[in-house]
Ligand binder design. Structure first.
Ligand SMILES: [Zn+2]
Length: 208
């Protein structure tokens, strides 16, 4: 294992813990990956909780999703096809996070796109459309999610101030792809905060 890989694994574990501690996903839901080069990727193993994962648990896979290196018994995330399809179809993406963020899930479940409500959300993630429902873990979901992200890319990506793009997965969760692991994490956090802001705005509007 190279020093770069070791550092990235530790960074990924740290981001996973922050995602869990900030309530951006729960239980074993969600997954995360980072591009190492054009042929190899680091990805979270299936059945691990974001709150418990350590750097040494991550797996290196190739473009086909085959294991190159990883701890015995660990299987790549069930959403590996979705991660690989995003890397295949969208240039300049170096990290992908899929999460079941509770406030964002309200919009995903209702099939409602999210528009940036604050200046900060505009800069970090921008407009977030909905990918129509497909069965989790399938190539079908991977294709529709990548296509929906691509529609964002065409309009907005990559302007200098928006280092990540995102879409909602109907009745399921959120998918964020970005130029770096940290930018992708910040976009996820920003999106969940935006979703919460919009929900509270609706509460206040209705209480007038
Ligand atoms: Zn999921």
């Amino acid at each position: 294992m190279t020093k770069k890989q070791l550092t990235l694994k530790q960074d990924m574990a740290r981001v996973c813990r922050q995602i869990y501690e900030k309530g951006l996903t729960y239980s074993t839901g969600g997954n995360i990956s980072v591009k190492l080069d054009n042929d190899t990727f680091l990805i979270k193993p299936a059945d691990y909780c974001f709150g418990d994962i350590r750097g040494k648990d991550f797996i290196i896979i190739n473009k086909k999703g085959e294991i190159i290196e990883g701890p015995r018994g660990n299987r790549p995330s069930s959403e590996t096809p979705m991660h690989l399809t995003v890397y295949r179809d969208i240039k300049d993406v170096n990290a992908v996070i899929h999460a079941h963020s509770p406030n964002t899930m309200v919009f995903a479940t209702m099939g409602m796109a999210i528009e940036a409500a604050t200046t900060f959300a505009e800069e970090e993630v921008g407009f977030v459309p909905v990918a129509p429902y497909r069965v989790p873990g399938t190539q079908d979901l991977a294709e529709i999610a990548a296509k929906t992200l691509k529609s964002v890319e065409k309009g907005l990506y990559p302007p200098p101030n928006q280092p990540a793009i995102a879409c909602l997965l109907e009745k399921h969760g959120v998918l964020v792809a970005g130029k770096s692991l940290m930018k992708t994490f910040y976009a996820l956090e920003s999106l969940e905060t935006t979703a919460r802001t919009i929900l509270w705005m609706k509460v206040l509007e209705n209480s007038k």
